[in-house]
Design a binder for this molecule. Structure first.
Ligand SMILES: Cc1ncc(COP(=O)(O)O)c(C=O)c1O
Length: 399
C-alpha cells in the first residue's frame, strides 16, 4: 500500500499492515512460538528465533515506523526502521548502546526522571558517558553547548517532562549535524500525531509506548524509529544482541492502541486546552504551564512545530503550580476523584501526580530545584472523559 497520500488517522489503522495471507485475519495473529522450523540448517522463512524475528512485533514496529515517517521500505528492513522494546527505558538504554565508551553526551536538562537516572546513575559509570545537561529550549545556549562540547549524541524531550519546555527540533538537529552528532528526540508527550521529529532533522525517535501509543494503561513498552537505514540495521542488531524486545502479547496490545491514536489525541488536546485556560483563571493556582497558552515561553515554537489535522495542537499534558506548597498540593491530590493519583500518563483515563515525590524523585534535589520541580508542582495527564466532568472534579478538589 502506498502511504504517501494517506491522512495520519488512516495510517494509524492501516500503516504497515496487511491482512493475513493464510486466513485473511484483519489483525495479525499473536505469534507465541519462540522458535521456527528450518527445512535444512540455515534454510528458513526468514524467522529463526523469536527474540530476533517475530511477526506480531514486526506489525507493531511497522505501524510506528509509518507514523513517524521513516521512509524505509519493508524490502529494505522488515519493520521499516521501527523497533519495539520491553519498556521506554529499554528502548532508551538500547539506543545508548550506539555510543562508544566515554562519549560526550548532551541531554536536555528537563527529562523524565528515569532517563536522568539511567544516564547519571548507570551509563555515566558503566559506559563512562560524559554528560552535560543543558536547557535546549534556549536556542543560543543549545547552539553554544553543541559547538563547544561536540557531543556524539544529543537527547531531548519536547514537550519535556514535567516542565513542558519546548525545543525547536529543527534548530537543534541542524546544529547537531554540523558536529556530526546524532539527535534523539523523545516524542512520548507529542506522539507522531502532533510532531514527527525525523521530518525536522532528528535521527532517532524514542517513545515510552506505555503512554499515548498504548493509550489504555495496560501495557509497558518502548519504541525507537529512524529514517537512516544504517542506523536501523545497527539498532536491530542491538535489539537482538541486548535482547530488550517487546513480547508478542504486548506487541498486539500496543498495536491495538495505535489504531485509535488519532481520535484519542484530538480529544486529549481539546480537553487539555480548555482545562489549562480554566486553571489559569483559578485563584489557587499560581502558574499553569501548557504549550498552548500565550503565557508559555515557547508558545510560538510549539505553534510552529506541533499540529493535528493542520491546526496547532499542544498535547494532553498540563503542569500547574498550586499556592500553598506541599500541604495544599497533597490535599488536592487526595481529593480528586476522576483524576487518579498515579504515575504514568497518556491513557484514556485522567491521571495526576506529584513529580517531586513520584516520577522525578530520582532527579537530584538540587537539579529539581533549578528546574522548578517544587512541592507545589503537579502534573496532569488529561484523559478523554467529558471535559466538564474533569473540570468539576478539579474544582471540588481545589476548593
Ligand atoms: C517522556 C518519557 N520517556 C520515557 C519514559 C520511560 O518509559 P517506560 O516507563 O515505558 O520505561 C517515560 C516514562 O514515564 C516518559 O515519561
Amino acid at each position: 500500500m502506498s502511504h504517501s497520500k494517506l491522512h495520519p488517522s488512516t495510517l494509524c489503522i492501516h500503516g504497515g499492515q496487511s491482512n493475513c495471507e493464510v486466513t485473511g485475519a484483519v489483525m495479525p495473529p499473536i505469534y507465541t512460538s519462540s522458535t521456527y522450523a528450518q527445512e535444512s540448517p540455515g534454510v528458513h522463512k526468514g524467522f529463526e528465533y523469536s527474540r530476533s524475528h517475530n511477526a506480531t512485533r514486526y506489525a507493531f514496529e511497522r505501524a510506528i515506523a509509518i507514523l513517524e515517517g521513516t521512509g524505509i521500505a519493508q524490502e529494505q528492513d522488515p519493520s521499516m526502521g521501527g523497533l519495539a522494546f520491553s519498556s521506554g527505558l529499554a528502548a532508551s538504554a538500547t539506543c545508548l548502546e550506539l555510543l562508544e565508551k566515554g562519549s560526550c553526551f548532551i541531554c536536555m536538562d528537563d527529562v523524565y526522571g528515569g532517563t536522568n537516572r539511567l544516564l547519571n546513575q548507570v551509563r555515566a559509570t558503566t559506559q563512562g558517558l560524559d554528560i552535560e545537561f543543558v536547557n535546549l529550549s534556549d536556542p543560543s545556549r543549545a547552539a553554544e553547548a553543541i559547538r563547544s562540547h561536540k557531543p556524539a549524541m544529543i537527547w531531548l524531550e519536547t514537550p519535556s517532562n514535567p516542565t513542558l519546555k519546548i525545543v525547536d527540533i529543527a534548530a537543534v538537529a541542524a546544529e547537531a549535524a554540523k558536529v556530526g552528532a546524532l539527535t534523539v528526540v523523545d516524542n512520548t508527550f507529542a506522539t507522531p500525531m502532533l510532531q514527527q521529529p525525523l521530518q525536522l532533522g532528528a535521527d532517532i525517535v524514542v517513545h515510552s509506548g506505555t503512554k499515548y501509543i498504548g493509550g489504555h494503561s495496560d501495557v509497558v513498552c518502548g519504541v525507537l524509529a529512524t529514517n537512516k537505514l544504517e542506523l536501523a540495521q545497527r539498532l536491530r542488531f542491538l535489539q537482538n544482541a541486548v535482547g530488550s524486545i517487546l513480547g508478542p502479547f504486548d506487541s498486539y496490545l500496543a498495536l491495538r492502541g495505535t489504531k485509535t491514536l488519532a481520535v484519542r489525541m484530538r480529544q486529549h488536546c481539546e480537553s487539555a486546552m480548555k482545562i489549562a485556560r480554566w486553571l489559569e483563571d483559578h485563584p489557587s493556582v499560581s502558574k499553569v504551564i501548557y504549550p498552548g497558552l500565550d503565557s508559555h515561553p515557547q508558545h510560538d515554537v510549539a505553534t510552529r512545530q506541533m499540529s493535528l489535522d493542520g491546526n496547532p495542537a499542544y498535547g494532553g499534558m498540563i503542569t500547574a503550580i498550586l499556592e500553598g506548597g506541599i500541604d495544599r498540593s497533597r490535599r488536592f491530590l487526595e481529593q480528586v476523584n476522576l483524576f487518579t493519583l498515579a504515575e504514568s500518563l497518556g491513557g484514556v483515563e485522567s491521571l495526576i501526580e506529584h513529580p517531586a515525590i513520584m516520577t522525578h524523585a530520582s532527579v537530584p534535589e538540587a537539579a529539581r530545584a533549578e528546574l522548578g520541580i517544587d512541592d507545589g508542582l503537579v502534573r496532569l495527564s488529561v484523559g478523554i472523559e467529558q471535559t466538564d466532568d474533569l473540570i468539576d472534579d478539579l474544582s471540588q478538589a481545589l476548593n
